[in-house]
Design a protein around this ligand. Structure first.
Ligand code: GLC
Ligand code: CA
Length: 506
């Protein structure tokens, strides 16, 4: 793979707890992931991004990190992580891990020290009086400790925020980056990347944060060929792309595209905005349809309202599974054809729906608990994957212990095994599309074609043309040879909610 492999890569997101369970305790782990590497190779991805695998009390699914230089024992060992990195590399798959610089865990050595020793508190935000900030998960953003002081946590109380005004925090994270780069990791996904610095009035997108990423870029560049990817949720595209200047992060997640409704004008607007704001900084866009924080696309796209927003999540709004599927297939081909890199969140390639009927007592997400249940949270997109067989745990593990979240019985129809045998399945669509994508798509630019207000159509440098019909009536195909469609053509025309890839006739 080239020096700039990340510019056009297809990156598969592994939520380790829910991917595959190697030891039968009902929780995914490194042994399970290693056993499924051939599946990922077959799928045709270039890189894996793993959610946090560090030792953690799991108050927020591992985003409460107790030790940045270790592996959670439930997942495996550091030696096993190193073996995994090596095995992935042997298959020509890169490995990206999560780093969580905004906050730690109350179980971390630094925070434990801060609890007993006031002198050690400056690495966090301790104050005599809290301000009125609310936690992003709901409830106050401050928690009081035994001696009366309060500490800041933008997320759960188990996730104390670091004080980035303290140079020790800078040194610590540069050292953590090196620790993993030296173990072969190809890059980092930076959690809550815009939140690090705080002023009296704001915690979002303060200018000082850019100095940190400039320094991190220098560290990454020392190792060559490594990538820094920001989780940056900012409504302002201009502020967003400041993170992608040539001496800062390599790429960042495109949440505007993810949250965009399935409407042609809006999609066209978001795609254009993405391309025009990325071009001046020379960073490739990313195209993301789902991740471990958002409602699964087949459920989202089957609703009357196809947007996504964290607040409401539109939980329980009726969703037409047939429509949702059809659009999710069309959206996948669209996302994969656009210039830049693309993300696939585990289970997306199986077309899994959001599981909205989890029993409340089994819900684990702090977003659910801290909102008093008004926000149903993110557990519904984190249910363990169905691999094979007719009943839970569907090959996820051995079945000795129940899976950490229960799987719907109906998933017998959507296991990887069942879909492998079905040429028309979502899994085979992803496999075929990713294979073509390798040769014909990825980094570069596009040229729009005009095919009416309901149609998104463009051509890429390789001559591949992608057409998505978001209108209700079928549209005639432009010239070319049909390479792949997200659904059957109708008398040679492209039906509603369908995408086609064509190659030039020559
Ligand atoms: C990011 C993660 C999310 C986590 C939060 C706090 O948004 O994607 O899962 O809860 O940061 O770390
Ligand atoms: Ca396990």
């Amino acid at each position: 793979m080239s020096q700039t492999w990340w510019r056009g890569a297809a990156i598969y997101q592994v939520y380790l707890r829910s991917f595959a369970d190697g030891n039968g305790d009902g929780i995914g782990d490194l042994a399970g992931l290693r056993s499924r590497l051939p599946y990922l190779k077959d799928l045709g991805i270039d890189a894996i991004w793993l959610n946090p695998w560090y030792p953690s009390p799991m108050a927020d699914g591992g985003y409460d990190v107790a030790d940045y230089r270790g592996i959670e024992p439930v997942f495996g060992t550091l030696a096993e992580a190193e073996t995994f990195i090596q095995e992935a590399h042997e298959l020509d798959i890169k490995v990206i891990i999560d780093v969580v610089p905004n906050h730690s865990s109350t179980a971390s050595a630094w925070f434990q020290e801060a609890l007993t020793d006031r002198e050690a508190r400056d690495r966090f935000w301790f104050r005599d009086e809290p301000n009125d900030w609310q936690s992003i998960f709901g409830g106050p953003a401050w928690t009081q400790v035994a001696d009366g002081q309060w500490y800041l946590h933008l997320f759960a109380p188990e996730q104390p925020d670091f004080n980035w005004d303290n140079p020790a925090v800078h040194r610590e994270f540069e050292d953590v980056l090196r620790f993993w780069f030296e173990r072969g990791v190809d890059g980092f996904r930076i959690d809550s990347a815009a939140l690090l610095f705080k002023s009296d009035t704001s915690y979002e997108d303060l200018d000082e944060v850019h100095e940190v990423y400039r320094r991190w870029r220098e560290v990454a560049d020392e190792y060559g060929d490594r990538v820094l990817i920001g989780e940056v949720w900012l409504p302002d595209q201009e502020r967003f792309t400041r993170y992608l200047r040539p001496d800062e992060l390599h790429t960042a997640f495109n949440f505007d595209f993810l949250a965009c409704p399935w409407e042609p004008a809006e999609l066209r607007r978001v795609i254009d905005l993405t391309l025009t704001t990325h071009a001046p900084v020379g960073a490739p866009p990313t195209w993301v349809l789902s991740n471990h924080d958002v409602t699964r696309p087949v459920t989202r796209y089957g609703r009357a309202d196809t947007t996504f927003a964290h607040g409401g999540r539109l939980h329980g709004m009726p969703s037409d599974p047939e429509l949702g599927h059809r659009r999710a297939r069309a959206a996948a081909l669209l996302a994969m054809a656009l210039p830049g890199s693309v993300y696939v969140y585990q289970g997306e390639e199986l077309g899994l729906p959001e599981v909205e009927d989890l029993p409340d007592e089994q819900r684990q997400d702090p977003m659910y608990h801290r909102s008093g249940g008004t926000n149903r949270g993110r557990d519904g997109c984190r249910v363990p994957l169905p691999w094979a067989g007719d009943e839970p745990p569907f090959g996820f593990g051995s079945g000795e212990a129940p899976t950490w979240l229960p799987q719907p019985e109906s998933w017998r129809k959507v296991t990887a095994e069942a879909q492998s045998a079905d040429l028309g399945s979502m899994l085979n669509l992803y496999r075929t599309a990713l294979a073509h994508r390798r040769d014909l798509l990825g980094d570069g630019t596009l040229t729009w074609l005009t095919m009416g207000p309901d149609v998104l159509a463009f051509t890429r440098e390789s001559g591949l043309t992608c057409v998505s019909n978001l209108g209700t009536a079928p549209v005639p195909l432009p010239p070319g040879r049909v390479l792949l469609t997200s659904g059957p053509l109708e008398d040679g025309a492209l039906p509603s909610d369908t995408t086609v890839w064509l190659t030039s006739l020559a």
